[in-house]
Design a protein around this ligand. Sequence first.
Ligand SMILES: Nc1ncnc2c1ncn2[C@@H]1O[C@H](COP(=O)(O)OP(=O)(O)O)[C@@H](O)[C@H]1O
Ligand SMILES: [Mg+2]
Length: 386
Amino acid sequence: MSGTSADGIDAALVEITEEAHHPRVTLLHFEHRSYPPGIRERILRLPAHADALREVCHLNVLLGELFAQAALDLLKAARFSPAEAVLVGSHGQTICHLPTPVAEGDLRVRSTLQIGEPSVIAERTGLTTVADFRPRDMAAGGEGAPLTPYPHYLLFRHAERCRAVVNLGGISNLTLLPPGASVAEVLAFDAGPGNVLIDGVVRRLSGGTLEYDADGAWAASGKVNQTLLQRLLSSPFFQRPPPRSAGQEEFGPRMVEEILSEAGPEGIPPADLVTTVSTLTVEGIASSLEVYVFPRQAVDEIVLCGGGVRNRWLRSAMEARLEPRPVLTTDDLGFPTQAVEATAFAVLAYLTFTGQAGNLPSATGARQAVPLGKIIPGKRFSRLQS
Ligand SMILES: Nc1ncnc2c1ncn2[C@@H]1O[C@H](COP(=O)(O)OP(=O)(O)O)[C@@H](O)[C@H]1O
Ligand SMILES: [Mg+2]
């Protein structure tokens, strides 16, 4: 998969076995590779592209090739042959996410678009490929996101402790796992920006030389501009109760430009801008917990995953803000932080292939649980089905 950050491809080799109540999920191997030079910029600059339709058509297949190569390289690195694998699950690259219904006559249309052509993946790998998970949830009246809560439940639920899993991806999303919970008791929603605004502001302030605030060093050198922080916190997304989801549309290039244009006349120093947007990530998550979670459920530990875990400033700020609750990472629970989301889409592919639903209506707002995605047959498709 590649998330909203469009930083590159996460590939997880996962073994899934059917158990009495829920599948058991074991990570065998994980690899992250950055996109080749220029691809991230092309994805992020799509909305401003002069011939966007043609560029989307082209990138769809190009990304399919890159995802296929990532899958094949992963198998090779793990010393598996493609014939030993059963399925590829491919989230694709989100290029547009519009979960708020738009009226079209009598219709109300929600839409989302992930690219990275799965036909290319199936053809190159020979493996049956499940892709495009979000539209089915939307067709069932959901936000199409977050889709990782059930996989989070499989990986991180605990009999006695209440855990809030927080994925610090481009967008941050939160999954509440009450102790000994059934699936129906899981609560999940997008909390706000994760790394996406930090990356965007850092890229602009560095004239494109930096892709992210490595270790949070820049944020550590500045201080919060309260006026800007409060203005950002008043943005409509934070006023929306769950179910809710976000993308680059809410917290993306447009907001980055607003922040930079406001900073100009006020003369906010660059370091303070980075600290302020990094604090917005922390406040978005903390206030989501305070408003929607803590009043109904005591949380024993916050468990972080995703690329933002590598931002040391962000982690310390989360710890300070959520004190006295312990802030752990999935690494502490024995599961690599960077591999969680890719593993989740392997699980969703498995569920679809075996005819099971993958979304949680409590998380996405869908009318019912549905199997997600499209199945592109591989070479052995019919034999495996029988
Ligand atoms: N060493 C690091 N220091 C700070 N931030 C980092 C570091 N490594 C990765 N990141 C952040 O993690 C992001 C990628 O996180 P990821 O979980 O892959 O998000 P997404 O799911 O949106 O792709 C990068 O864009 C960057 O912001
Ligand atoms: Mg990523």
